[in-house]
Design a protein around this ligand. Structure first.
Ligand code: ATP
Length: 408
């Protein structure tokens, strides 16, 4: 892979405006001078996207999130050139869509991007296989290749055997799988998904989310995914762009959005999220300021634990996590006159990876005397999660305190 391919974002949006109505340019001028959508006061003019700048990195799932009317669909449609920008630039692999002819944009779209819609947009009188092959047939791909790609795509979404059915014979979840297969068959690097799972039952929706995550890992597609559902955004998004009234108010990971919301609006928006499913050990851990080695003397260990009111301490050996000691064992060893803590280290003490969800940390935090060790792949101690840190992280949302206590 050339240097340039690893560093250039696949999509780059710069100061993008999309205004509907006849006095669009005039509106952009006002918006550039700080006017809000509501302050425009130009009849028949709607500022759908205002001053949007962001990049989408190759291979990421970039979620655009916001309430109905915030401008998500319009933004998506300017990314693939279905809607021309009023002002600003959209670059796909450094090709500027905004200075290309309609024909060139269409060609680029067909080659580089596929779209999956909320209501599937399948042809009702064509079979599943014909629907899936549609993008390829538009591109005049050879028949044999169409057949191969269709079979592969149907297999990827688990619909092998359904080739000859009509969409009307399928459930909603299956129809959306056909929509997804059609996008995959076109073999474009970028998938644009507009509320693709919003029409599905919660259970099926979750299944589709899982399937998308699996496919994304296998295929490494770049996905721009629109949703108004925050939990969906947080499950799927490597990064999330939050839109409000046409503007992007924050682009961040789910975790950052919870811990460092850009403003009150974002903070309120994320308040009801199940934080324990979004935050991971890396967000909750603190540096393990106090740790021992097996060579630490019992006297010193006991003194340190007493002074800091610690019931357990983590132990490292040769720079790696080795286990934990608890205060009762150290205290008893002191009575016996034992020299060092080497023989007291519980080498089976729990440890976890930085990406472990907070929800999976509760059990440990409730029982063990020492904090939970967070270690990297090589066993190096990265930090420690205490019960207090878990409580704090949970309650910085507006969770009910009793509920929090019940969980920990
Ligand atoms: N073709 C159009 N002509 C005029 N106004 C439009 C057009 N398309 C969208 N709008 C307006 O632009 C604003 C943003 O709409 P958009 O559909 O992009 O929002 P959204 O966040 O995707 O909402 P939803 O989830 O309801 O689709 C809305 O006020 C909408 O009425």
């Amino acid at each position: 892979m050339r240097e340039h391919e690893t560093t250039v974002p696949i999509v780059r949006v710069e100061k993008l405006y999309k205004v509907f109505g006849r006095r669009a340019e005039e509106a952009v001028g006002k918006l550039e001078n700080g006017a809000d959508r509501a302050e425009l006061e130009l009849p028949g003019v709607t500022a759908a996207v205002i001053d949007a700048s962001f990049t989408v990195e190759r291979g990421e799932i970039f979620v655009v999130m916001g309430l109905s009317g915030s401008g998500k669909s319009t933004l998506l449609r300017t990314l693939n050139g279905l809607l021309p920008a009023t002002s600003g630039r959209v670059l796909v692999d450094d090709i500027d869509l905004t200075d290309k002819s309609a024909g060139q944009v269409r060609e680029l779209r067909q080659r580089r991007m596929s779209m999956v819609f909320q209501h599937f947009a399948l042809f009702p009188h064509r079979t599943v296989a014909e629907n899936v092959a549609y993008g390829l047939s538009v591109q005049n791909a050879p028949r044999e290749r169409q057949r191969e790609r269709t079979a592969e795509a149907l297999e990827m979404v688990g619909l092998t055997g359904w080739e000859d059915r009509l969409p009307g014979q399928l459930s909603g979840g299956m129809r959306q799988r056909v929509g997804l297969a059609r996008a995959l068959a076109a073999d474009t690097e970028i998938l644009l998904m507009d509320e693709a799972f919003s029409a599905l039952d919660p259970l099926i929706r979750k299944e589709m989310q899982d399937q998308l995550l699996t496919l994304q890992r296998q295929l490494g597609k770049t996905i721009v995914f629109i949703t108004h559902d925050l939990n969906e955004a947080m499950r799927l998004g490597d990064r999330i762009a939050m839109m409000r009234d046409g503007r992007i108010v924050q682009v961040a990971t789910a975790q950052e959005m919870l811990t460092e919301p850009a403003d009150e609006y974002v903070a309120k928006f994320v308040r009801d999220v199940d934080r324990s499913r979004v935050l991971t050990a890396s967000a909750v851990m603190a540096p393990a300021d106090i740790s021992f080695t097996p060579a630490t003397t019992v006297a010193e260990a006991l003194e340190t634990m007493r002074r800091n009111e610690l019931s357990g301490v983590l132990v490292t050996e040769d720079g790696k996590f080795a286990g934990a000691v608890d205060r009762r064992a150290v205290s008893e060893a002191a009575d016996r006159g034992t020299e060092t803590i080497a023989g007291l280290v519980d080498r089976s003490a729990a440890r976890t990876a930085p990406e472990t969800q907070m929800a999976d940390l509760f059990g440990h935090a409730a029982s063990a005397p020492a904090p939970l060790a967070v270690v990297d792949d090589g066993g190096v101690l990265l930090g420690a999660v205490t019960r207090e840190a878990l409580l704090n992280a949970l309650s910085s949302g507006e969770n009910d305190e009793q509920e929090v206590n019940a969980r920990v």
